[in-house]
Design a protein. Structure first.
Length: 337
């Protein structure tokens, strides 16, 4: 457990979520175990379609798992769903990728920020208005901005408003779905600094859903890598970035860092991930993996401890010199993107 992390807040055990679609059943999330603790920042990374956002929406109660258990402070959300969800939604909030889409264009900003307080019957009208001013000030916005509507704000300002609303009920955990991906680089830095400041002041726990590995490395203490609905690798950020052991993690990080001793090495995986309607047998990554062997098709790998982290691979380990040269499913090219 990372230094400073406290008791478990959210515990997921064998969580699965399927969607019915023409042609079959989509395996969006397919057997995930994960624990989020007090005061800890965890990142969830992976390609589009890996199941990151579906998992995040289940954690905040927007989606129900098809099977498995999600517990908040030891309370199974299935035991008394209405009561448990009401408590969860007071203590766990979410910031969406597109702040403009998550704000009512017809309402002034102060009413959008006030909404959680109204829903949960917190305070009188005057007390709520004072709280809204404090929330806007806490994210670096002049409370006067509360009179405007979303279209009158910049992208960075809208994301700060979304953060203010997420803080309205004094949550313990904030789930952030690509919180800076739509912002300019300079604004990204401002928002990330704000998130760091809010976490220190409020001892918040964060779950970052992101594809931006540079951001993840600087904001998260622990990283969970998803591929086609399952966790491929999971462990402390520094250890995972400096010495990835799952072939998918190695490929994912190769564009952001040196994993093979050559600063110009980039691993480009052939093709797209398989369809979640018909995931491969055994290891789901085997159809794109440069280490795939017969066992990978026959036996599904489980998360097991390897070099101080958990890896779901029959043949884990760092990239060996020359390992990828000549690979049929892998391209290693100097400077190629």
């Amino acid at each position: 457990m990372p230094e400073g992390a406290g008791a478990p807040l959210i515990e997921l055990r064998d969580v699965r979520r399927y969607f019915h679609a023409p042609g079959g059943r989509v395996h969006a999330v397919d057997g995930v175990d994960l624990t989020l603790r007090e005061g800890e920042a965890v990142a969830l990374v992976g390609e589009s379609g890996s199941g990151k956002t579906t998992l995040a929406r289940m954690i905040v109660g927007l989606l129900r798992p098809s099977s498995g258990t999600i517990a908040y402070r030891g309370i199974d959300l299935r035991s008394d769903r209405r009561k448990a969800l009401a408590r969860l939604r007071e203590r766990v909030s979410m910031v969406f990728q597109d702040p403009y889409a998550s704000l009512d264009p017809q309402l002034p900003i102060w009413r959008s920020v006030e909404e959680p307080l109204v829903v949960h019957r917190r305070g009188s009208g005057r007390e709520r208005r004072r709280k809204v001013d404090e929330l806007l000030d806490g994210v670096g916005l002049d409370p006067v901005i509360g009179r405007r509507r979303p279209h009158g704000l910049s992208g960075g300002q809208r994301q700060r408003v979304a953060l203010a609303r997420a803080m309205a009920l004094d949550p313990e955990l904030v789930v952030l779905d690509e919180p800076v991906s739509s912002l300019d680089v300079s604004v990204q830095a401002q928002v990330l600094n704000l998130l760091r400041d809010l976490r220190e002041r409020r001892r918040l726990a964060y779950l970052f859903v992101s594809h931006d590995l540079a951001v993840v490395r600087h904001v998260a203490e622990r990283v969970a890598v998803m591929y086609l609905g399952r966790l491929a690798e999971h462990g402390p950020t520094d250890r995972l970035f400096e010495n990835p052991s799952h072939p998918y993690t190695i490929a994912l990080l190769s564009g952001a860092m040196d994993v093979g001793g050559d600063d110009e090495t980039r691993i480009v995986l052939a093709g797209d991930p398989p369809s979640p309607l018909e995931p491969p047998s055994g290891c789901r990554f085997r159809t794109r993996c440069f280490r795939a062997r017969e066992r990978c098709a026959a036996v599904e790998p489980r998360l097991e401890t390897f070099a101080g982290r958990e890896t779901a691979c029959h043949y884990p380990g760092r990239l060996a010199p020359g390992e990828t040269s000549g690979g049929e499913r892998l391209l290693v090219a100097a400077g190629e993107k």
